[in-house]
Design a protein around this ligand. Structure first.
Ligand SMILES: [Zn+2]
Length: 310
């Protein structure tokens, strides 16, 4: 399953290749589980829209969409008097037929991939959406953005900005790569659950998966079963620093292999972070040579060093 650094890498790679391009045509596969929004809504919102930016929110890839003002005008349904439309604009509401500010959300699930391909390259099996791109200044103009997902745990949807979330989709939980040490510490105040379970809880922090939870707890020297609300200030400061370092390092490594991921069809390669504990149960700790222990916390396999972590 792609974790936060992989999703960030994919989002950045797709952004570099499709930003500024216009979606001229949309094809969808008709597999209902892939589409969280009705396919007709996805097709309607995406067709003709310009991709303003592609970024990561939690483990979701968010494409901010825009339209040229003159295109918005032609989309106003006939019969609506102009006063009514002007009034709507003043309220800061988008006319439903002018999806400026709409967003396309891609959740990769277990096996979902986004590929930027030349149109003549055959579609891989399990292709569920194809966005034909046109215009735009870079050399990938005229290519297709394809969503391929053999196991179909991935989800595609469109959202419109609302009064509650004027900036669009923000997802649940805090963003781990940018949160301050102070705000990070506040997240765990009074929490009775194990720190490992708290790190994985997406409504507390979004996007932290099993690998990065185990690796950051090792680097911070904290046992995974410790009660989150009982960690000291110093421990939380170490955990904050460790988590951000581990994620930043993984994003950096992912960045060097992104062209494999989004350019070449079918090749998937991320340089793996050299794991200290994750996946190494029974092996010796790289720091102190004690055998690493495996336990289950919050239903997830957890590996830690009984000597380095307290
Ligand atoms: Zn150790």
């Amino acid at each position: 399953m792609p974790e936060l650094p992989e999703v960030e890498t994919v989002a950045n790679g797709v952004d570099a290749r499709v930003r500024g391009q216009r979606i001229v045509d949309v094809w969808t596969s008709g597999k209902p589980q892939t589409f969280k929004s009705p396919e007709s809504a996805i097709v309607e919102v995406l067709t003709g829209a310009r991709i303003e930016r592609v970024r990561r929110v939690g483990k979701t890839i968010v494409m901010d969409l825009g339209r040229e003002p003159n295109e918005v005008k032609t989309q106003i349904p006939p019969g609506n008097d102009s006063k009514k439309n002007k009034g709507k604009r003043r309220d800061g509401e988008d006319d439903s037929s002018a999806p400026s500010g709409a967003q396309f959300l891609v959740h990769l699930g277990m096996t979902g991939r986004l590929l930027v391909s030349r149109p003549e390259v055959p579609w891989p099996p399990h292709t569920h959406a194809v966005l034909s791109l046109n215009s735009g200044p870079n050399e990938t103009a005229g290519r297709e953005l394809r969503f391929v997902d053999p196991r179909r745990f991935g989800r595609l949807s469109v959202v419109m900005p609302s009064r509650d979330e004027p900036g669009g989709y923000t997802g649940p939980g805090a963003e781990p790569t940018t949160i301050s040490a102070e705000d990070f510490a506040k997240l765990f105040k009074g929490r009775k659950l194990a720190i490992k379970a708290a790190l994985l809880n997406q409504s507390i922090l979004h996007g932290v998966g099993n690998i990065y939870a185990d690796e950051s707890l090792f680097r911070a020297g904290i046992r995974p079963r410790r009660q989150a609300g009982r960690l000291t200030r110093a421990e939380l400061a170490r955990l904050h620093a460790a988590l951000q370092q581990v994620l930043a390092h993984a994003i950096e490594l992912g960045g060097s292999s992104v062209s494999d991921y989004v350019d070449a069809d079918g090749v998937r390669g991320f340089f793996q972070l050299e794991h200290m504990v994750y996946g190494r149960a029974g092996e010796l700790c790289k720091t102190c040579a004690a055998p690493l222990r495996k336990i289950v916390v919050g239903g997830r396999t957890t590996v830690y060093c009984p000597q380095c972590q307290r």
